[in-house]
Design a protein around this ligand. Structure first.
Ligand code: NAP
Length: 279
């Protein structure tokens, strides 16, 4: 009888102490009775290449990549998933049987799945979307929304050039809105998403007014601490369907776990409770 291999995975970042990924993956390892562990991999930027190249030799099935390594780690991959190439950043490394490194970015599909979990009938082509912010999370979400057929994607960001860079990268369906016009840009949208850091624990609330937002619009936030940001609270009070960032975090983890451990795990109430207990 062959022994089940002990599978190692982890999250590489600097720092990594704040990440909830170990709670998620170790929950699934235990739930499925697997032999393995998911560990924190604090790696300073100047040691990233050595750390990434060491993964196969150390017996890692792969790892997640978080801030500040998402772009630089991509350069070290042998192969890139097409969506990771378009996002121009990775959040997951999969060590293939021959030792080659595959770079993947599941943030965008995790975001889309979080919308579908909240509203199974959600369709990208239902109407325009407004994205607040133009950083790393925005880029993944923009690519995923365009892939879902969003007909018009408005992007507004405090630093206009970064929104313009997304338009330059992704073309005709993207329009850039000056930050000062963000409230008026809500007119006619069917989806509003915050990808800025504003509203996160320890940060001021996002400065927006929802008066022009159609009543039918869904409002989502990439932030998951707190679960209900001031934006989501205001949207809920106006009767909008709201989606917090925890679903994005949990849903990006599922395909990574499957790639490393060979099992597609489920997002259960126990898992949500285990993660929320760390907030
Ligand atoms: P990032 O690349 O640093 O981008 C930060 C964004 O916030 C930029 O658009 C920035 O605008 C904007 N911003 C910062 N301070 C601002 C202010 N005072 N007023 C207006 N805009 C401001 O960060 P990121 O990696 O995209 O992360 C953004 C958020 O998404 C974080 O809260 C993070 O926790 C969350 N996130 C969640 C998940 C998930 O799985 N749920 C995954 C990734 C990220 P400028 O360009 O003008 O600086």
């Amino acid at each position: 009888m062959s022994e089940q291999r002990f599978v190692l995975a982890g999250v590489m970042g600097w720092p990594v102490a704040h990440t909830r990924s170990p709670v998620i993956h170790n929950h699934w390892i235990a739930k499925h009775g697997l032999k393995g562990a998911y560990v924190q991999l604090p790696v300073q930027p100047d040691r990233l290449e050595a750390a990434i190249r060491g993964l196969p030799a150390l017996g890692f099935a792969g790892c997640n990549i978080t801030v500040p390594h998402k772009v630089n780690a991509m350069q070290l991959m042998d192969e890139l998933h097409p969506q990771a190439r378009r996002i121009a950043a990775i959040n997951t490394v999969v060590v293939q049987p021959d030792g080659r490194l595959l770079g993947v970015n599941n943030d965008g599909i995790g975001y889309i799945q979080s919308l579908r979990d909240a509203n199974p009938g959600w369709r990208g082509d239902a109407g325009p979307a407004l994205v607040l912010g133009a950083g790393g999370a925005a880029r993944a979400i923009v690519v995923a929304l365009l892939d879902e057929g969003v007909p018009e994607l408005r992007i507004t960001n405090r630093t206009l050039e970064k929104a313009q860079a997304l338009k330059d990268a992704f073309g005709d369906r993207v329009t850039v809105v000056p930050w000062a016009e963000r409230n008026q840009a809500m007119a006619g949208v069917s989806l509003l998403v915050n990808t800025t850091t504003q509203g996160m624990h320890g940060q001021p609330a996002l400065d927006v007014q929802l008066d022009d937002l159609p009543a039918s619009a869904m409002v989502s936030d990439a932030i998951y601490i707190p679960l209900e940001t001031p934006l989501l609270a205001a949207a809920r009070q106006r009767g909008h369907q709201t989606v917090n960032g925890l679903g994005m975090l949990l849903n990006q983890a599922r395909p990574a776990f499957q790639a490393w451990f060979g099992v597609l795990p489920e997002i259960t109430p126990e898992l949500r409770a285990a993660v929320q207990a760390t907030f």
